[in-house]
Design a protein around this ligand. Structure first.
Ligand code: SF4
Length: 488
């Protein structure tokens, strides 16, 4: 009998999949329940954080509201402040199937249907007493730390928070956009100056503590260790079969670095432990664990672009594992930092490495860079297909996705598909539509394999790839494609 790892708490609270769900070859086997140590560690870490937040007023710890992409975890830890990430609260409300009412409340309050649903979930939470997803009241912010990395919504979101929390100091860290993928020394200086002249002084003022460079260096060293383990962890999914699903389980694994623990000792312990557990599975040639047990067979390997749907997370994942489909790499797990290509925080270059980290987050990538990264994933992770989950309310991810899909299809001849849903608005999850699309896509991959076996895709020579990026980026070729796709 295969063993089932207890699903993370969010999976247990999700509603059951429809009874009519077909069970296909490749589906998981039901089995005995065993808790992995990494799960217990993550539960404890997040529990401690929420407890510290709810008692912040009594303990006198200061609270920073900030964002996941381009987050300054190590600096926040160096000032002994506590982070609140509104995106994390929103997605947790989504997984608990309670985001719909919060969104409707924000719409009644005046937010348009087109506004990012993370924002509306956050505003709805405020309107309902700022009760967090764990049921405990969250403290108001002492500092609004706006790390702006590529998504314009971040600016408007913090404008709203300034109105909801009048008088709270705001620090803004603007990350320049590297359209050609090149980070110059001037860009790094521009960011380090903001840290020195605005962000750090505001953190000193709010925390009442003097900036301690040695403390920051200590947390940067710890961040580097966690990043080493994360890079090694996601490298394991190049193995066939992959020992984990790098998207559906991957979003759970990146939880600690996205919730403020990057740079903490607990994160090093967590990622080391997690790596050991997954490496042990890889050494035995085992396929991923799903919420229903170990997958019987990895039939297809996918690369996925775009965030997952949170309101129907478990039903969504089931559509894949029922068909033996494993996601081996995804862009979404890189929103809180991209460590595969060697970037690490560095204690010897503290502010510079914080700046370079922010500029390297996926939300700050140009379209050609996104295409190159995804092409590399498809080839290196031996994928059989490429899928986009286009999120209605997230322009930052959705703009240009059809172009990405067409370009990858033309470069590699890889089977591609496109589905649509939303982050936390349950009104935009159509189970039947998504299932129909995915069934046709999986059939397409199946036919390709039956005819030619599992033929790996070959990456184009760098010079050809870059010419193609140039072609895809030129307005002459972009405009007709965008018009044909109804994007203009
Ligand atoms: S639009 Fe997308 S990237 Fe921007 S805040 Fe909303 S979910 Fe995040």
């Amino acid at each position: 009998m295969s063993k089932i790892i207890t699903p993370p708490p969010f999976l247990k609270t999700a509603a059951k999949a429809p009874a009519a769900f077909p069970s296909k070859a490749g589906a998981a086997k039901p089995a005995e329940v065993v808790k992995e140590r990494s799960m217990l560690l993550q539960k404890e870490m997040l529990g401690d954080l929420f407890h510290s937040l709810t008692t912040a007023k009594e303990t006198g710890r200061k609270v920073v509201y900030t964002f996941v992409p381009g987050n300054l975890s190590e600096l926040i830890l160096a000032f002994d402040m506590l982070p609140v990430y509104p995106e994390i609260n929103a997605l947790q409300w989504g997984m608990r199937k309670k985001s719909g009412q919060l969104i409707r409340d924000a719409e009644k309050y005046g937010y348009s249907e087109d506004v990012c649903t993370y924002v509306k979930c956050d505003v709805g939470m405020f309107l309902n007493g700022n009760i967090g997803p764990t049921g405990e009241k969250l403290p108001p912010p002492d500092l609004l730390l706006l790390s702006y990395t590529g998504c314009f919504t971040f600016l408007k979101w913090f404008e709203s928070l300034q109105k909801l929390y009048p008088g709270v100091p705001t620090a803004m860290l603007h990350t320049p956009y590297a359209a050609d993928g090149i980070v110059t020394d001037d860009m790094v200086k521009y960011m380090t100056r903001q840290l020195e002249e605005d962000v750090i002084p505001k953190m000193e003022q709010v925390s009442g503590k003097k900036f301690n460079p040695e403390k920051l260096a200590h947390h940067l060293d710890l961040a580097k260790e966690s990043e080493d383990w994360i890079a090694k962890l996601f490298d394991l999914t190049k193995q066939v079969p992959s020992p984990i699903d790098a998207y559906f389980a991957g979003v759970y694994y990146i939880g600690p670095i996205n919730a403020g623990f990057r740079g903490a000792e607990s994160a090093v312990e967590y990622y080391h432990q997690l790596y050991d557990e997954v490496a042990a599975r890889a050494a035995l040639g085992k396929p991923p664990i799903t919420p229903e047990g170990e997958l019987e067979e990895e039939k297809f390997r996918l690369v996925v672009e775009g965030p997952p749907n949170w309101t129907h997370f478990r039903e969504f994942w089931k559509l894949f594992y029922d068909m033996g489909v494993v996601v081996v790499a995804s862009s979404y797990t890189k929103v809180g930092g991209y460590f595969d290509e060697g970037f690490r925080h560095e204690a010897t270059k503290p502010l510079e490495s914080l700046a370079r980290y922010c500029m390297g987050c996926y939300t700050n990538y140009s379209l050609p860079e996104r295409i190159n990264m995804l092409e590399k994933f498809i080839v290196d992770y031996k994928a059989d297909g490429f899928l986009i989950n286009s999120i209605k309310s997230c322009n930052s991810f959705s703009a240009g996705q059809l172009l990405i899909m067409r370009e990858l299809e033309s470069r590699l001849g890889v089977p591609v598909s496109f589905i649509e849903s939303d982050l936390v608005d349950p009104r935009y999850f159509s189970y039947a539509n998504i299932k129909n699309r995915l069934d046709s896509f999986f059939q397409m991959m199946d036919q390709r394999k039956r005819v030619g076996g599992r033929q790996p895709f070959t990456r184009q020579a760098p010079e050809i790839a870059s010419q193609r990026v140039g072609r895809a980026s030129s307005p002459d070729t972009l405009l007709p494609i965008l018009q044909a796709e109804g994007m203009l």
